[in-house]
Design a protein around this ligand. Structure first.
Ligand code: NAD
Ligand code: TYD
Length: 352
């Protein structure tokens, strides 16, 4: 097997940590460099089990910092990049859009420029794999699915910043023949997700008997995929995907928010040994998210047909394991929800 030096950006975050773990453990002949700025969403505790591995290296740094990014590319001569670092939360993008433009758009451009510059546009055996989201396609009505051909129509500053980064990657592919792949994935769930996103936030709130702030009427639909299935799809695309191709990744697992929350409440009552209906009493309908996308749903037939990938985890099993993980890892939750998180929570939810 080839030896490769792979830069994984955002490896201390939710999805990135699962990707780093998979690559470090499965490919001991690869040198894995995890570059992360350790923003509020990045946490090295997510990777405690691999930090001693001989093929794992952590680099603390910011993809917005051009001289720093250039210096690490020159020093390590990465053969491949798997780019996950991003500002990732839609609600934050509504209150602080510039942070999203700076990291997601300019940060991606900095990585592309550094990759070009070390290989001097001779890219034999190299690849830049950009991890994106289904939110670039906008919002669906009652029917239909996002395919790889769906025109981009991003509706939130987060989605627009990811769409812009996707366009940049394709433009560098076209202009400089930089070898790239892009995947656009649906909503992920699982261990290590920062509790600002729906599922970990609601698990945390149920445990602490806090209200469950459901935006609008709760009839918004998302397609949920377990993070370990996403990491396996990334592995498949990295190794078998075709240069310049895009792959949609999804769970064929659509839920309206309110149905998902009801299911979560039922499972939480069972696990916490509370009388039936206890958690559901915490459901509170609050002011809607501005510009809230109605429905996301992925057609993942291309990756299944061409690369033989499909999700392995059933939703019942995945959700139950996810709840167990958050209930067992109380130290993790306490650490990530202290300090700055409290201020964020007040700002985002007070007066809603
Ligand atoms: P996350 O917010 O949990 O993690 C992002 C990581 O990037 C953190 O570790 C953070 O410290 C790091 N980071 C942020 N800004 C940085 C900067 N300027 N320089 C270096 N590091 C920085 O996000 P996630 O949910 O794990 O998402 C990872 C990627 O997957 C993102 O690109 C996101 O757009 C994409 N994605 C996420 C989902 C989802 O449901 N979470 C779905 C599809 C695609
Ligand atoms: P989220 O986890 O933020 O992911 P995304 O916006 O990227 O899909 O939200 C998932 C859905 O849950 C979305 O329709 C918004 C909704 N939501 C709530 O109703 N209340 C909340 O407190 C949060 C965070 C999300």
């Amino acid at each position: 097997m080839n030896t490769l030096k792979i830069l994984i950006t955002g490896g201390a975050g939710f999805i990135g940590s699962h990707v780093v773990r998979r690559f470090v453990n499965k490919y001991p002949n690869y040198e894995i460099y995890n570059l992360d700025a350790l923003t509020y969403a990045g946490n090295l505790e997510n990777l405690r089990d691999v930090e001693g591995a001989a093929n794992y290296h952590f680099i603390k740094g910011d993809i917005k910092d051009i001289p720093f990014i250039n210096s690490i590319f020159e020093k390590h001569q990465f053969d491949a990049v798997i780019h996950l670092a991003a500002e990732s939360h839609v609600d934050r993008s509504i209150t602080e859009p510039n942070a999203f433009i700076e990291t997601n758009v300019l940060g991606t451009a900095n990585l592309l420029n550094a990759f070009r510059s070390i290989w001097k546009d001779h890219f034999e055996g190299k690849q830049f794999y950009h991890i994106s989201t289904d939110e670039v396609y906008g919002s669906l009505g009652e029917t239909g699915l996002f395919t790889e051909e769906t025109p981009y129509d991003p509706q939130s500053p987060y989605a627009a910043s990811k769409a812009a980064s996707d366009h940049l990657v394709r433009a560098y592919g076209n202009t400089y023949k930089l070898p790239f792949k892009i995947s656009n994935c649906s909503n992920n769930y699982g261990p290590n997700q920062f509790p600002e996103k729906l599922l970990p936030l609601f698990i945390h709130n149920i445990k602490n008997q806090k209200s469950l702030p459901v935006y609008g009427d709760g009839k918004y639909t998302r397609d949920w995929l377990h993070v370990i299935d996403h990491a396996s799809a990334i592995d498949t695309i990295f190794h078998s995907g075709k240069n310049t191709e895009t792959y949609n990744i999804g769970g064929l697992n659509e839920w309206t928010n309110i149905d998902l929350i009801q299911l979560l409440c039922e499972q939480m009552d069972e696990k916490l040994k509370s009388p039936k209906g206890t958690a559901a009493q915490l459901i509170t309908f609050v002011k809607d998210r501005a510009g809230h996308d109605k429905r996301y749903a992925i057609d993942a037939s291309k990756i299944e047909r061409e690369l033989g990938w499909k999700p392995k985890m059933t939703f019942e099993e995945g959700l139950s394991q996810t709840i167990d993980w958050y209930l067992e890892n109380t130290d993790w939750l306490v650490n990530v929800t202290s300090g700055a998180y409290q201020a964020y929570y007040q700002k985002m939810y007070e007066g809603r």
